[in-house]
Ligand binder design. Structure first.
Ligand SMILES: NC(=O)c1ccc[n+]([C@@H]2O[C@H](COP(=O)([O-])OP(=O)(O)OC[C@H]3O[C@@H](n4cnc5c(N)ncnc54)[C@H](O)[C@@H]3O)[C@@H](O)[C@H]2O)c1
Length: 356
């Protein structure tokens, strides 16, 4: 069996979790990450600390390439060198923020959309049988979820219990005719292209449309990394700006570990051109208000928040994913972390780095 996994965004939240996981399974891991998160979000966002930790922990099983996924020739050379030894590709490098994308739409599109076809094409040319996993986003549905009949509760917006998506939104929601933000639109382009390489070239590709992906490996910055940034603000006593919806907008949160076990399940029994909504579902979700309450309980510190009465353009008022489709295909997979467990781990892991 081919024993090399290529992981882009390998110093980021999802990439680094994947590196550790697949190295522990005995695979050789080739990571691609140029710390562009530091360019996007400044010093808070740089993933250098995580890369250093990774190299120390994983040792010889990990080889790092500070390569830009926009560098088509560089990727082709990397895949030429690795050849058919590549048994799995996890593409997690991206520009991940709504707000940042509007600052530099070309950069956003070049990284998210063009970077993805660069990865697909390198895989098709050199390792066509390798499962190709892409981290898409629920933002491909644009702001369509905001047209759901939401009801205001004390700490959150909620769907009526008899609504068909009360348990979570599934993949039948339209991705068309809505506002996606520039970021959401560049991810749609990548998402469709990953599906297309599956259908058209018969490659084992899968699109995982994430809700909030989180965990201690996040380089928490104001523009990206919801729960990690909530915890960082409480720990460092920074003021967190809450944008709109009375702070009651709901997100489901999946720990990077639980996402990577889903990737492993797909790797072991790949399918062609799949799409999966992937998040914490009803098991793991919270509103902003609820997240701050839990973070305060864990730290014993008061949260400092400032309310801005204008939601971010294209932002979701309520999102809970249905993972039913994935669970039907992979019945052994289970979520293991809920929001309090996630926040506690983020707190404990960053105790040394984040101090008031
Ligand atoms: N975190 C979330 O809440 C969330 C939700 C839905 C989808 N996603 C998607 O999941 C994926 C991973 O997200 P994450 O939270 O781990 O992000 P992250 O920013 O922590 O990790 C991405 C990594 O990619 C690297 N990178 C960026 N541009 C690059 C380039 N041009 N070349 C090489 N490396 C580059 C960054 O330096 C960073 O280390 C992304 O595709 C993101 O859009 C994330």
């Amino acid at each position: 069996m081919s024993s090399v996994v290529v992981i882009t965004g390998s110093a980021g939240l999802i990439g680094s979790e994947a590196v550790r996981h697949f190295a522990a399974l005995g695979m050789d891991v080739v990571g691609v990450d140029n710390d562009m998160r530091g360019y996007f979000f400044g010093a808070d966002g740089s993933t250098q600390w995580n890369l250093q930790k990774l190299v120390k922990e994983v040792g010889d099983r990990y080889t790092h390439h500070s390569l830009d996924i926009r560098d088509r020739d560089g990727l082709d050379k990397l895949f030429t060198d690795l050849g058919s030894n590549v048994g799995l590709v996890i593409h997690a490098a991206a520009q991940p923020s709504h707000d940042w994308a509007a600052r530099e739409p070309f950069t956003d599109f070049d990284v998210n959309a063009v970077g993805t076809i660069n990865m697909l094409e390198a895989t098709r040319r050199h390792a066509i049988d390798a499962p190709f996993i892409f981290t898409s986003t629920n933002k491909v549905y644009g702001d369509t979820p905001n047209s759901l009949p939401l009801v205001e509760h004390e700490t959150r917006w909620e769907l009526p219990e008899d609504h068909r998506w009360y348990g979570g939104i599934d993949e039948t929601m339209s991705i068309d005719s809505s506002m996606h933000s520039v970021f959401g639109a560049s991810k749609v382009a990548a998402d469709i292209m990953v599906q297309e390489y599956g259908r058209y070239f018969d490659m084992p590709t899968a699109v995982f449309r994430g809700g909030t992906l989180t965990g201690p490996g996040h380089s928490a910055a104001e523009l990206h990394g919801f729960l990690a940034y909530v915890m960082r603000c409480v720990m460092e006593q920074r003021t967190y700006k809450i944008f709109g919806y009375k702070g009651k907008m709901v997100r489901d949160a999946i720990h990077s570990h639980d996402l990577i076990t889903a990737f492993e399940a797909f790797h072991r029994a790949p399918r062609v051109a799949e799409i999966y909504n992937m998040g914490g579902g009803r098991f793991s979700n919270c509103s902003h208000i609820e997240a701050f309450k839990i973070a305060s309980e864990i730290t014993g510190l008061e949260a400092r928040t400032e309310y801005v009465d204008q939601n971010r353009a294209g932002d979701h008022q309520w999102w809970i994913s249905s993972t039913a489709r994935f669970e039907e295909h992979y019945p052994d997979w289970k979520l293991t972390y809920d929001v309090p467990a996630i926040l506690r781990e983020i707190y404990e892991s960053n105790n040394e780095r984040w101090k008031a």
